[in-house]
Design a protein around this ligand. Sequence first.
Ligand SMILES: C[S@@+](CC[C@H](N)C(=O)[O-])C[C@H]1O[C@@H](n2cnc3c(N)ncnc32)[C@H](O)[C@@H]1O
Length: 216
Amino acid sequence: MKEIFDNIFKDGSKIYTKNLAPGRKVYTERLVNVGGVEYREWDKTKSKLSAAVANGIKEVPIKRGTKVLYLGASTGTTVSHVSDIVEKKGIIYAVEFAKRVLKNIFPVASVRNNIVPILADARKPNEYYWVENVEVVYCDVAQPDQTRISIDNANYFKAKYIMIAIKSQSIDVTKKPDDVYKEQIEILKKNGFEIVDWVKLDPYEKDHCFIVAKRL
Ligand SMILES: C[S@@+](CC[C@H](N)C(=O)[O-])C[C@H]1O[C@@H](n2cnc3c(N)ncnc32)[C@H](O)[C@@H]1O
């Protein structure tokens, strides 16, 4: 196991995080024990951040102790790996607007102690105004205006970094994916963020890219 980013590991072509809740799985991931430490395989086809790491993204601003506002938490697949990375000193405010989806996160959050599930619309950060300022806004809501949503949240909660998964077809099915990616990058730049790095997510996710941006 080689640590390639803070608390993110690689063995051959597989990516892993250390299991913060040993013995427990969150989805269909494989658990492996190395030297008495349990790792969870981070499925590149089920998590865009794992796909971005596999495809060579240069920086992952989520580290041990990081405070993250996660928009589009869904059932908690990626949230659970982010929870492994930030460990007990970090925290993830996990926003999801679909009640039936969010309820799947509660069993995950109850054994981890660093995930705060929030039923709210990510377009309305004032609905969760009580959240403290964070270092990173992670956005995977698959909405046409999701870059705007991530910037608004980053400004509201004073985040230094935005990490965003872009699904070209959620933004404009008539445009070439590369043109959609460029437009989203321009929106971030015009709003005071520089691009740290971005990668396409093929072959794990077709017509998706992943961007890491930093406030200037
Ligand atoms: C692509 S899925 C997220 C997958 C998840 N990030 C993962 O990797 O495990 C997008 C999620 O965003 C949620 N979503 C979409 N628009 C939203 C909004 N405006 N506010 C909050 N959640 C939203 C959807 O209900 C869906 O669960």
